[in-house]
Ligand binder design. Structure first.
Ligand SMILES: [Zn+2]
Length: 314
């Protein structure tokens, strides 16, 4: 598909360095507020970065049965899609993980077409062979989906991994049906813990994250590409409390997300016990603060639902 040039597109060329974390600088577009990593000269291909993101044949990322908790969250995600778009029957999930949300939508919510895009080899094989899903293993921009139209397109914690998110939104606009919904969740660069934990903010993750959004800059980007934003909130049961806790514990102990690294299969050190106790002690406070910030602009994530503006070409 040829992505048409959009005259109203911000090219983010008018930017200044807004933050620096060691060798990495973050630039902020003066026109639209988008924050993005000042790219090093030789950027590894995304295929290389994400080849082993899901690390074995069951496409696991975590230890200790946490994969089952994540599966439960994927069930909630499917339920949330059902409540946001109750009549929808076709969906494309860009960055579909192992595919459990798509699997549940087909199994329990009457979806007739549940397609996903995933570039991690293990997750592709798991989704196709174990869950029987329609999975594309290329970057969205390389996919020949010219005639496809979906009622729902979702991107859960994907847009922040991309450089040049505008071209993805443009392509999505062409794949979405006239009354379709685009649903995006990303970390919120305006989050309350990002502001004071700075380089210790868990969602900074400069190994993987290349672009950062605020509710305003994401809304502006969607509007530039012909979308009308319908819902924005900044709370996620899956992400918010954990992100706040890990960021604050790392900040208090001047360490680098030891607990989270351990959950992903990292080494156990005695420090983990101390950090776990801090997690327990701080969790009621973090839950309360995040719940209070649900509809504010300062929670840990941005959840956004957008539809096409009337009169947009489909
Ligand atoms: Zn811009």
């Amino acid at each position: 598909m040829n992505v048409p040039e959009n005259a109203a597109r911000c090219d983010h060329q008018n930017h200044k360095e807004a933050y620096r974390f060691g060798a990495a600088g973050l630039l902020r577009c003066e026109a639209c507020g988008l924050v993005f990593v000042d790219m090093p000269r030789e950027t590894p291909s995304p295929d290389l970065v994400y080849e082993k993101y899901y690390r074995n044949e069951t496409a696991a990322r975590f230890n200790f049965g946490i994969e089952y908790v994540i599966r439960l969250f994927r069930f909630f995600r499917a339920f949330k899609m059902f409540t946001v778009c109750p009549g929808a029957r076709t969906i494309m999930d860009i960055g579909s993980g192992r595919g459990f949300m798509l699997y549940y939508l087909k199994k329990y919510y009457g979806y007739t077409r549940a397609a996903g895009i995933q570039i991690s080899r293990n997750a592709v094989e798991f989704s196709r062979n174990r869950l029987g899903l329609e999975i594309y293993d290329k970057d969205l921009l390389e996919l020949p989906l010219d005639n496809a139209r979906f009622e729902v397109i979702t991107m859960w914690h994907v847009l922040e991994h991309l450089t040049g998110p505008d071209k993805y939104i443009e392509k999505i606009s062409g794949l979405l049906g006239e009354r379709g919904k685009l649903i995006i969740e990303v970390p919120n660069f305006n989050s309350w813990t990002r502001v004071f934990t700075r380089g210790r903010w868990l969602s900074l993750d400069l190994k993987h994250h290349l672009t950062f959004f605020t509710p305003e800059s994401l809304t502006l980007m969607l509007e530039r590409h012909g979308f009308a934003v319908e819902t924005v909130h900044t709370f996620s049961l899956e992400y918010s409390v954990f992100t706040s806790l890990q960021s604050i514990v790392s900040w208090l102990t001047n360490s680098d997300h030891d607990f989270f690294t351990w959950l992903q299969g990292g080494d156990f050190t005695p420090r983990i016990i101390f950090h776990s106790l801090l997690f327990v002690a701080l969790s009621p406070l973090c839950f309360l603060i995040n719940a209070l910030l649900y509809f504010s602009k300062y929670g840990e994530v941005i959840f956004i639902v957008a539809g096409k503006k009337c009169g947009q070409p489909v």
